[in-house]
Design a protein around this ligand. Structure first.
Ligand code: NDP
Length: 359
């Protein structure tokens, strides 16, 4: 019974998130991406934070009233992972097969997707935003259940580092949802299509791989990391957050109002008459300082678990290195095509790709 429920849980939770996404009140915002063959920008109904907290509240109430143990998602984690894998594949196939090919290869179409933007009822739900919300909420549920398991197993010998790493991950997810609108201005929204990479990625990889540091450490005893070291890890996380959130917000405000200051940084830009690019503030340090920030945040989170010599927790920031270094190259190609000579000028002006003075 529990095993079948474990297999089905990811589908039910994803469906529940979809229902909440469409039913709960939200803000209607105009995005950055335009409709196909039109200059009209897509509209989005954003209520990620409300959906996230509603699901967490349901998880808490089920645990509190002994309906579903707090650690249930940990106990049945392999079944949930299998169910998520299967539903991620079915979802990707179902979406991709509805639309005409965009390449000569079905495998490529399946992986990258065919449709750029898939909306339900004029944006009441948007496939990409729902997928990211599902990934974020499911990741939080996993983190809470895994931490609950650690607490139940170790009682008063609980590791402060596990609590701290889950708290930082929660902060990271809530921060994403607070700034959900900023996400509309990112690569995921304007350059990705809805296929296996995004569908399976959000339904499986995001919730089950991003928690790899907890999979690797919740069954281990408290490593008694000194407080000063935990403070250092928190500092690493927040340095990363400043770089990532700061850069993303600076660009977001620039796209909305190219002359308006952000955190009293007056934007300095270069222009070819048609397009303009920021060259100061976060965007003057490196061309993707936000990627450095993301890697630092992940490193801060996993270091808190207190097992810096284990390989498992490091898989999370290492994955970011692989993903973001490759994405920088793709984005560079896209920007070279879009901005032409202006991009060359920007590259001369801001020579470092991701890590200032190193890369
Ligand atoms: P960016 O936010 O860096 O977006 C790149 C785009 O920004 C470019 O294609 C270009 O698009 C525009 N741009 C680039 N340089 C400038 C400039 N100087 N001035 C103005 N516009 C510029 O990258 P992503 O969208 O990839 O990432 C967004 C955030 O999401 C990052 O913080 C990243 O770390 C994070 N992220 C998180 C992941 C996770 O799993 N947690 C995964 C991937 C990313 P345009 O055509 O609009 O001008």
């Amino acid at each position: 019974m529990g095993k079948t429920a474990g297999l089905l849980a990811p589908v039910f939770i994803a469906a529940f998130i979809f229902i909440l996404n469409t039913l709960l009140p939200g803000r209607w915002v105009t995005g950055y991406v335009t409709r196909l063959n039109s200059n009209d920008k897509l509209r989005y109904h954003l209520n990620g934070l409300q959906v996230f907290f509603t699901v967490i509240l349901v998880w808490f109430l089920l645990g509190y009233f002994n309906v579903v143990p707090f650690e249930w998602l940990y106990i049945y984690r392999w079944y949930c992972l299998s169910g998520a894998c299967l539903s991620g594949i079915i979802f990707s196939l179902a979406v991709v097969m509805q639309y005409p090919p965009v390449s000569n290869s079905f495998v490529s179409d399946l992986f990258f997707g065919r449709i750029e933007n898939l909306q339900f009822r004029g944006g009441l739900a948007d496939a990409k935003m729902w997928l990211y919300l599902t990934g974020a909420t499911m990741l939080e549920l996993n983190a809470l259940s895994f931490t609950a398991h650690h607490l139940m197993r170790y009682g008063n010998q609980t590791s402060a580092g596990i609590i701290l790493s889950t708290t930082l991950l929660t902060y990271f997810l809530i921060d994403y949802l607070i700034f959900e609108e900023v996400h509309l201005y990112t690569y995921d929204l304007f350059a990705e299509r809805v296929g296996f990479k995004l569908g399976w990625g959000c339904m499986v990889f995001y919730p089950y791989f991003y928690s790899v540091f907890l999979w690797s450490t919740v069954d281990l005893p408290d490593p008694h990391t000194p407080s000063w070291l935990l403070c250092l890890y928190i500092l690493i996380f927040f340095c990363g957050w400043i770089l990532s959130r700061g850069a993303n917000l600076q660009k977001y405000f620039f796209k909305k109002d190219p002359g308006g200051p952000f955190l009293s940084i007056v934007p300095e830009s270069i222009s070819d008459g048609n397009n303009s690019l920021l060259v100061n503030g976060f965007w003057g340090i490196s061309r993707h300082i936000n990627y450095s920030g993301e890697i630092l945040m992940a490193s801060g989170i996993i270091l808190c678990t207190g097992y810096p010599t284990l390989i498992g927790p490091w898989l999370y920031p290492l994955y970011y290195v692989v993903l973001l270094f490759a994405r920088q190259r793709d984005d560079d190609k896209r920007c070279t095509l879009k901005y032409g000579e202006l991009w060359k000028v920007y590259k001369k002006r801001v020579p470092y790709r991701i890590i200032p003075f190193i890369y």
